[in-house]
Design a binder for this molecule. Sequence first.
Ligand code: UTP
Length: 295
Amino acid sequence: MPNIVKKAVFPAAGLGTRFLPATKASPKEMLPIVDKPLIQYAVEEAENCGIKEFIMITGKSKRAIEDHFDSAWELEENLKSKGKQAMLEEIRKLSRHQFAYIRQGAPLGLGHAILCSKAFVNNEPFAVILSDDIIDPEDNLLGEMLKIYNEHGATVLALQRVPQEEVHRYGIIAGKEVKKNIFRITDMVEKPKQSSAPSDIAVIGRYILTPDIFNFLEKTLPGKGGEIQLTDALNALLQKKPVYGYLFEGTRYDAGDKLGYLKATVEFALKTPTVRDEFKKYLLSTVASIINKEQ
Ligand code: UTP
């Protein structure tokens, strides 16, 4: 069946406070993992699933994202004159798609960021990708979610089990497993205390949403942290319509957090042919001896 989800929304207007001071004047989404910024991994993930239209929600200090996906005439001429063909192709690829940029005037929450895309999404289902959740491209999480959407024509959320002591950082679901790793969600709680969490299954940064979410977002009042929470709108939606979740068992890095970002950097470097061997040697010799001395 052809993919009927053609649009992806990338909320990228958050303040990125966990990465200050790096994110004071530069977007968190432009932090690189090896040699590609977080937002490029996210866009490539959508592209690999046949998505053709990209809607970026940006805000203050986020202009570098637009420049990254724009053509760069001087740089391209320079690479051409030096015969750096492979890099030239890489750079040109970045500007081959059309992007729509929407400013979220103030960071009023993820739900509000998504609501800002309403006029551009129009009356179609769409994917939402949070670029700070890095998914190993081999795991094809979004592809699996699109299959579920194509079968049910309903909202699909990405889920992952998290340690009990981390449930307070996520939206946590209650639900019934209707097929292996596919849940019909019955309730969602944003950042619950460990004692009141309905499960250890968290919503992670991939969503397939239907346009009716906008009606619910419009009615959503500021919730946890004073922000307009997507979780609250989804909770209202699931009272009226089915909401499914796909339990992802692959690898995700929370690159919006320092530790997750460092883990992603090390593991992606170990998969990058140009640095892998030397980097592995460095980890096994220099890093191992520093750690041994500390113990
Ligand atoms: P986070 O919860 O990671 O917030 O947002 P943040 O501001 O980016 O980072 P911290 O927590 O202060 O360190 C999840 C996603 O939602 C987007 C963010 O850009 C990120 O992709 N977002 C969040 C918005 O686009 N607008 C908002 O108002 C809030």
